[in-house]
Design a protein around this ligand. Structure first.
Ligand SMILES: [Zn+2]
Length: 172
């Protein structure tokens, strides 16, 4: 997960690359000091969003955002109900929001109604790798780094052409 420097970006680099791909404008990088109120973990002001998949086994995403729209927590995953396979593509929780249970809540959201699925992950950052044993302990689900995709998951299609939907904050 991101141990970000105070040079906070309005959105993550990854999101900006995706936006660049679609020709969307994203805000310029702005520096926000770590002691800024904007960095405070405040569950009352955060919003949660689900970006549904375009194909049944396509990529989907859950994000938690600060009032300025910054997505401080984000999980990208794919799940195929035909093959009972799940793949964690990316997980990120930005520095000040780490160790507040956001990662577990996002993974639990992805695991909902998916009993018996076999899950794997893509190769993750060192921070994210440290996170998975915690999740496994909490959920009983193993997440080996095998990056297993079925044909349905590989079917592709455009990402995120469907609108994101605001969610009730998932339970801890
Ligand atoms: Zn499949």
């Amino acid at each position: 997960m991101d141990n970000r420097t105070p040079a906070r970006t309005g959105v993550s680099l990854w999101a900006r690359l995706v936006d660049a791909f679609y020709g969307r404008h994203t805000p310029a990088v702005q520096a926000v000091p770590f002691n800024s109120p904007e960095w405070e973990v405040d569950p009352d002001t955060e919003t949660w969003w689900h970006l549904p998949p375009n194909t049944p086994a396509g990529m989907q995403e859950i994000r938690a955002c600060a009032p300025d729209g910054y997505d401080f927590a984000r999980l990208v995953w794919q799940a195929c109900e035909v093959c009972c396979l799940g793949l964690i593509v990316k997980i990120k929780v930005t520095g000040p929001w780490q160790r507040h249970g956001y990662g577990s809540r996002m993974v639990r959201f992805a695991l909902r109604d998916r009993e018996g699925y076999r899950w794997t992950t893509t190769p993750q950052s060192e921070d994210a790798r440290a996170f998975f044993p915690v999740i496994t302990k909490a959920t009983g689900v193993a997440f080996p780094r095998e990056h297993h995709l079925c044909g349905h998951m590989q079917a592709g299609g455009p990402r995120h052409s469907r609108p994101s939907q605001q969610l009730d904050p998932p339970p801890g």
